[in-house]
Design a protein around this ligand. Structure first.
Ligand SMILES: Nc1ncnc2c1ncn2[C@@H]1O[C@H](COP(=O)(O)O)[C@@H](OP(=O)(O)O)[C@H]1O
Ligand SMILES: [Mg+2]
Ligand SMILES: [Mg+2]
Ligand SMILES: [Mg+2]
Length: 331
């Protein structure tokens, strides 16, 4: 078997199962979320997705630690009991019978806090705000070995299968193994032939279409407007939640993804990037932080040595990071 095939196949199965849970919860959602300590929302689906993926990883790779976004502390408290019951129910609905303490243990398998030579990183729902709006979100899973992303997987349950038919079938699954290219498949067609994906060939940055977060609190829209002006970009930004932005660049729906810090000191989380980065790089694109530095996955849960992120099709990356630098607001 070629390298990391078993990790890839296990990861793909885990992400497909998590996607089923997310879809089931999203179909029934009624503005139902808890507020985390940092004031961000978390839903039954975030927890169920992390539980199911950590469970599968534990079965196949019992020695691999996981740095996941969520933790079960609040669910273990009495006040979390009703929420926990619903997570158990949702896991049952996709065929995984369990109880509350088992579910909490699976979630807390994602609790690694420091660097290890081999670990997984998981964002069980990236773009929870998009998920709550019934918009785009992603399930992002990556394997990191010696600081290098070796496997990256993005489940995007709401992305149109055919971008020219946004009201048609939805759900994409993208993945990459380092050195082996990036591939795409309809989420609901696991036996279909995977399609190799490539970034665009747009050579002039003025012709570029860039994507950015819907949430101006996550990435500065003012700053990206300045950068677009510097680069001569006239097309409207493509605003879309989650690591679906990485997929948009990898499959050629956009040429650039900008993630621009809204305040000094925010450290990007590794799970918000790892899966997406490899999918873009293996599709031929380039990813650095806003200073042109490669992202460093050897400092635990955050990209402590990086700031923001710049993703391009690789044709004009330096021009974009230069435009980012010259238009940087005083922070
Ligand atoms: N001030 C901030 N700057 C950058 N990213 C932030 C942020 N506050 C929250 N985020 C991250 O933005 C992610 C969503 O990205 P996007 O806006 O591109 O959809 C969130 O992931 P979760 O939704 O997994 O919590 C969260 O980790
Ligand atoms: Mg979150
Ligand atoms: Mg996230
Ligand atoms: Mg998340």
């Amino acid at each position: 078997m070629s390298s990391f095939q078993s990790e890839l196949n296990t990861g793909l199965d885990a992400v497909r199962q998590a996607a089923a849970v997310c879809r089931s919860v999203q179909a029934s959602i009624s503005a139902d979320s808890l507020e985390k300590k940092d004031k961000s929302p978390v839903t039954v689906a975030d927890f169920a997705s992390q539980a199911l993926i950590c469970r599968t990883l534990q079965q196949t790779f019992p020695d691999d630690p996981v740095i996941g976004e969520e933790g079960a502390e609040e669910l273990r408290a009495d006040s979390g009991a009703t929420f926990l019951d619903r997570i158990v129910q949702e896991c049952g609905a996709v065929g995984v019978a369990s109880n509350g303490s088992e579910v909490c243990d699976w979630i807390d398998r994602g609790g690694l806090q420091e660097y290890r030579p081999r670990f997984w990183t998981l964002d069980p729902i990236d773009g929870t705000k998009g998920f709550l709006r019934k918009d785009q979100y992603a399930i992002s899973l990556a394997l990191i070995v010696d600081g290098q992303i070796q496997v990256g997987i993005l489940g995007c349950p709401n992305m149109p299968v055919d971008e020219s038919n946004p009201d048609g079938q939805r759900g994409l699954l993208a993945w990459a193994v380092k050195g082996q290219g990036s591939f795409l498949q309809a989420l609901d067609a696991p036996d279909s032939e995977p399609k190799k994906i490539q970034v665009t060939e747009t050579a002039d940055s003025a012709d570029a279409r860039f994507c950015e977060s819907v949430e101006s609190g996550h990435s500065s829209h003012d700053w990206s407007g300045q950068i677009a002006a510097k680069l001569g970009i006239t097309r409207e930004p493509f605003r879309i939640d989650s690591q679906c932005k990485y997929l948009a660049v990898a499959k050629g729906d956009a040429d650039i993804y900008l993630r621009l810090p809204t305040r000094k000191g925010y450290q990007e989380k590794i799970w918000d990037h790892a899966g997406g980065i490899l999918v873009v790089e293996e599709a031929g694109g380039t990813v650095t932080d806003i200073h042109g530095k490669p992202p460093e996955f050897s400092h635990g849960p955050t990209l402590a040595k990086n700031e923001g992120m710049v993703v391009t099709n690789g044709r004009f990356h330096d021009a974009v990071t230069s435009a980012v630098a010259v238009s940087a607001p005083v922070r």
